[in-house]
Design a protein around this ligand. Sequence first.
Ligand code: UP6
Length: 257
Amino acid sequence: VTCGKKEEATETKIHPLTRRIWEVIKEKQSNLCVSLDVSESGDLLDLADKLGPYVCMIKVHADIVKGFNVDVGLQLKALASKHNYFIFEDRKFADIGKTVSMQFSGGNLEISKWCDIVNVHALPGPGVIAGIRTVRRDVGILVLAQMSSEGNLLNESYTKSAVELSSANRDCVIGFIAQENLTNDSFIVATPGVHLSTSSGDLGQTYNSPQKAIEKGSDIIIVGSGIIKSDNPVEAAENYRKASFTAKILEKCALYS
Ligand code: UP6
């Protein structure tokens, strides 16, 4: 079941958003996505402005930010134009399509108005993708195919089903949240659970180094605490950028941009 027009869902065509992402990665020499997990909108915007130059993408959890509303989202978007990064709302939608469409467009967050990319769990089936697509056709979807948390239930067979769901919806799915390469094509692999100096975090989080994640086939490295909890987030972002932008990533830029 596809969520879009059949003719768009061909395997050979690289998604236009995927191309734009690789262009930004090439231009900024950065495949780093910083996860701004903060609870105040002032801190969110301040960090977005400071770290924007070092990243290709900023990931947010709008629902952990006190008083987040569409104005905050639009300010984040204005900073995205200034610094040339994509906005990824890590909402992990996981409901029936109709509810997802309302969660995506409505409430206090009005996610659909300010983000470029969202992610969804594969669990509900194709409806979760259709729910996003019915609101906005041009938003990029990342499907959660693997997780970094200890004891997660996304086993090999689930991952395989998540890849199948994604392949059937190539007009709107641009890739995966995963720990390794899952297909040999233009699907982007964005990897959280990355830290330069520790292998485990709070409440069951597990970490790989950026080098290890890239070796395993990751394209975009997602870092939260490693950057925002450091004494000097700007310096840390530059360190993570350097550690993540390898020759392999440069090759992929040439291939997909
Ligand atoms: N995240 C993971 N693992 C997943 C999926 N998502 O850690 O499998 C998200 C978390 C958090 C960020 O919700 O926002 O990535 C990781 O933050 P950290 O680097 O501070 O651990």
